[in-house]
Design a protein around this ligand. Structure first.
Ligand code: SR1
Ligand code: MG
Length: 424
């Protein structure tokens, strides 16, 4: 149960206006007098309030934590401190990722809210993918983002003491880690009152998955890895609703699930949500556009994402290794170069395998668990929605139970179209 501080109150448009008027730096950014500001609540996520405030000069976005899960209501209490960890994550990674996160203007520890850059003309990536829009720089940006955010917070880049200190800070974000443990790695594989799926169309398939011991062992292994592998400070919820895009720009938002975990968890979140989008495309096709070309574009983005992550991570390892893992002074001799290069490549191979496994877990949870995604939810025809979801479930099951089939991105790209549901 969260303990609400006395000064905390959930804001509405009027109380937000009154409070922002007491923040001189924000007033200056907005311009004009407070009564004239336009304020609207636009949050459509599972947890928080989000307001857009527009003045005569500029605009800001204000995100406030509620003392419960918004999607469930007050019956599911949730710690307000998630706003603290979101702000702490931005502080930690912003120096490393350049302009790939929004600017944070102010954090208020009493109201648990963050005042940040209002991104315009950006939209949530998930909505862009549903609309069939292409973003030429997105996959490169995201590969670069995960590489930089994870490399610079890992033991490859910094002394272990610095990482331990930071781990101790983020260890407090346990309530959000609990959400992931339950909703990603446990509930979808059991009966749970929080679960739902497209019924009755998927009933048989869901029962079969929940009776599949190999699948459950594989998912549980990734659940264990999620808790054990404190490789880097990870975003913790890097799906396509946590990225805002314009034609040329990409920004990562919503890092409230941040903790020290496996790099593959962030890779898999983004990768898995691209695959979910691929499988949902028939539900968004029209007479004018069957989305076949768009599906090819999505698969191409999965390759670009992985390649750009791999290339950037290896480049950082070659140039900026100042940490206690693989200490640079141990490998100073030229004769060591080949062995070191092989070790780096082997590490990247483990991240690739982790990406695929976590992606699969993320795909399954969005179809069988508590928090579904609009890619599928917006498909009105339940038979078509179920067919799209069944394809994604089949691919996820293959990724988890036959990992030896997937040594490279071309293995994945070849398998995805094969895993479409063609009925029982
Ligand atoms: C109770 S919160 C449900 C989900 O919403 C967030 O975006 C995370 O993905 C979380 O698992
Ligand atoms: Mg979120």
């Amino acid at each position: 149960m969260t303990s609400v501080r006395p000064a905390y109150r959930a804001l509405d448009t009027q109380s937000l206006r009154t409070w922002l008027a007491t923040q001189p730096a924000v007033c200056e950014l907005l311009g004009g007098a407070a009564p004239g500001w336009s304020i609207r609540e636009v949050g459509d996520g599972n947890l928080n309030l989000v307001f857009i405030v527009e003045g005569t000069v500029g605009a800001v976005c204000v995100k406030q934590a509620l003392p419960y899960v918004r999607a469930a209501g007050p019956s599911w209490p949730m710690t307000l401190e998630r706003a603290f960890y979101e702000n702490a994550y931005y502080l930690e990674v912003a120096p490393h990722v350049g302009g790939l996160v929004p600017a944070v203007y102010h954090y208020d520890p009493e109201l648990y809210c963050i005042v940040m850059e209002c991104l315009s003309p950006h939209i949530i990536l998930r909505h862009g993918l549903m609309a069939g829009r292409q973003y030429p720089r997105l996959a490169n940006h995201l590969g670069e983002y995960v590489a930089r955010a994870c490399f610079f917070t890992s033991d490859l880049a910094r002394p272990f003491e610095r990482k331990l200190e930071n781990m101790a800070l983020f260890a407090g974000n346990e309530a959000l880690v609990r959400i992931s443990v339950d909703l990603i790695f446990t509930d979808p594989y059991c009966e749970s009152p929080r679960n739902r799926h497209t019924s009755p169309q998927l009933d048989t398939l869901v029962a079969r998955l929940r009776a599949d011991a190999d699948l459950k062992v594989a998912a549980a292994r990734f659940g264990q890895k999620f808790l054990n592998d404190a490789q880097a400070l990870v975003h913790g919820d890097l799906h396509s609703g946590s990225v805002m895009v314009s034609e040329t720009d990409s920004r990562v938002i919503d890092p409230e699930f941040a903790f020290y975990g496996p790099i593959g968890f962030d890779l898999g979140a983004f990768f898995g949500n691209l695959l979910l989008s691929w499988y949902s495309q028939p539900g968004h096709a029209s007479a004018a556009d069957d989305r076949a070309a768009y599906r090819d574009w999505i698969l191409e983005q999965t390759c670009i994402f992985w390649d750009s992550f791999r290339t950037r991570f290896l480049a950082l390892w070659a140039d900026a290794a100042r940490g206690d893992a693989f200490p640079a002074r141990m490998f100073a001799r030229t004769e060591d170069a080949a062995a070191l290069q092989a070790a780096r490549a082997a590490f990247l191979d483990t991240l690739f395998a982790d990406m695929l496994g976590f992606a699969a877990c993320k795909m399954i949870r969005r179809i069988l668990g508590f928090a579904h995604v609009i890619d599928f939810e917006s498909i009105r025809n339940p038979a078509l929605r179920a067919a799209c979801e069944a394809g994604a479930l089949s691919m996820a099951r293959l990724l988890l139970t036959q990992p030896q089939q997937f040594r490279s991105m071309s293995d994945v790209v070849e398998a995805v179209p094969r895993m479409q549901w063609r009925g029982e």
